[in-house]
Ligand binder design. Structure first.
Ligand code: ZN
Ligand code: ZN
Length: 375
């Protein structure tokens, strides 16, 4: 998720990410402008100056400044060059500091600038939070005046393809990359691969949702060098796909007046498929520790687990507050023991965000780990 700064209700065109990384510490990364003049982040410099000014106003101490080199575009950044703060003067003067950072950035650009490569100007600030108590994600957002960026260009890129598929009457549509490119703009080289179109388990959801939400599944056909969009009324074992299909079918039932009077026939003998599933490996030691610590009581509602399990103890489930698939760590500061009701509510409840915040406040060891894109 990305954020932009607001100044007197005017949004400044420069992209930030931030994350809490300790009880009273957070990091802010300002994204690069990139080489192309047409790109976003046009107000990189005024935005940086405003950010530095806000650090000052709120007494947030800059503990580290680092430049992110290389082309890797998502957290955690690998090629990071930390600046010696002692070499800078006027840490308290936003403009002077911005100019010095800008000079250092240009030197980094010279290192990494190859033919066709973009100069990189990502800057990473490590900040000490001035307030008392445990720092939450929203505290940073509210203090700095960050507002979330609705959808990045990447997330809306494939919407014309979705619009096209919504209008199609047949069950199978084959499109060449050129044809798709005409709708959505230039495609990356990796588009000529099965992985790009199939991507398992919700990776690249921003892309997939455009055909899934219109009832299609996409396959790369290497013989034809085309993408086949197949209407997806078949059974599936892919959880993400399954959920999307259920929602699609419900929409269809509601749209057809007689929907419920003509129940689907289903299958007396469901087929079994062998499938490859990507799973995050979880540590049994973490689950064990969290369960022992909870002593049979849900850490959200404090009630005892609802029944005695086969193991002759109160039944609880261990939940990751920031799911591993969203970049959360498999550590005790990200795991809680919950009763099934609280657990399901945290996943599917309309007030799950509030419930999550409540847990963060209630259970002292928990940290609000940020979303990190692992796609
Ligand atoms: Zn509970
Ligand atoms: Zn869970």
């Amino acid at each position: 998720m990305f954020f932009k700064l607001q100044n007197n209700d005017v949004e400044i065109d420069s992209k930030f990410e931030y994350w809490v990384c300790g009880r009273r510490r957070f990091e802010v990364c300002q994204w690069s402008t990139g080489g192309d003049k047409k790109r976003a982040n046009k107000q990189y410099m005024p935005a940086q100056e405003l950010l530095l000014q806000r650090f000052n106003e709120f007494g947030m101490k800059i503990e580290t400044i680092a430049l992110v080199k290389g082309k890797k575009q998502s957290q955690p950044y690998e090629d990071v060059l930390e600046i010696d703060l002692a070499s800078l003067d006027g840490l308290q003067d936003p403009r002077a500091l911005r100019i010095q950072i800008s000079k250092l950035t240009k030197d980094v650009d010279r290192d990494t600038l190859k033919a066709g490569g973009n100069p990189t100007r990502k800057v990473l600030f490590g900040i000490k939070w001035p307030g008392e108590g445990k720092l939450l994600d929203d505290d940073v957002r509210n203090a700095l005046g960050f507002s979330p960026v609705a959808y990045s260009a990447n997330e809306t890129k494939y919407s014309p393809l979705g619009v096209y598929l919504a209008s199609v009457q047949t069950d199978i549509v084959s499109l060449s990359l050129e044809e798709i490119g005409e709708m959505v703009g230039e495609l990356p080289k990796s588009a000529a691969s099965p992985q790009f179109w199939a991507n398992a388990q919700g990776f690249h959801w921003s892309r997939r949702r455009h055909w899934l939400s219109n009832g299609f599944e996409a396959f790369w056909n290497s013989k034809e060098q085309k993408v086949r969009f197949v209407r997806n009324n078949l059974p599936t074992d892919d959880a993400t796909l399954f959920k999307a299909r259920v929602e699609f079918e419900r929409k269809r039932l509601k749209a057809q007046g007689k929907g419920l009077d003509e129940p689907p026939s289903g299958r007396a003998r469901p087929t079994i498929v062998k499938s490859v599933i990507f799973r995050y490996q979880r540590s049994p030691a973490i689950v064990a520790w969290v369960l022992e610590k909870a002593t049979g009581h849900c850490e959200a509602c404090s009630k005892e687990g609802p029944f005695i399990s086969e193991k002759d103890e109160r039944y609880l489930e261990v939940h990751h507050l920031r799911p591993l698939a969203e970049g959360g760590p498999d550590t005790i500061d990200n795991a809680v023991a919950l009763c099934p009701d609280c657990h399901r509510e945290l996943h599917f409840g309309i007030e799950r965000e509030m419930k999550r915040d409540g847990l963060l406040k209630k259970v002292d060891r928990l940290i609000d780990h940020p979303f990190r894109d692992r796609g």
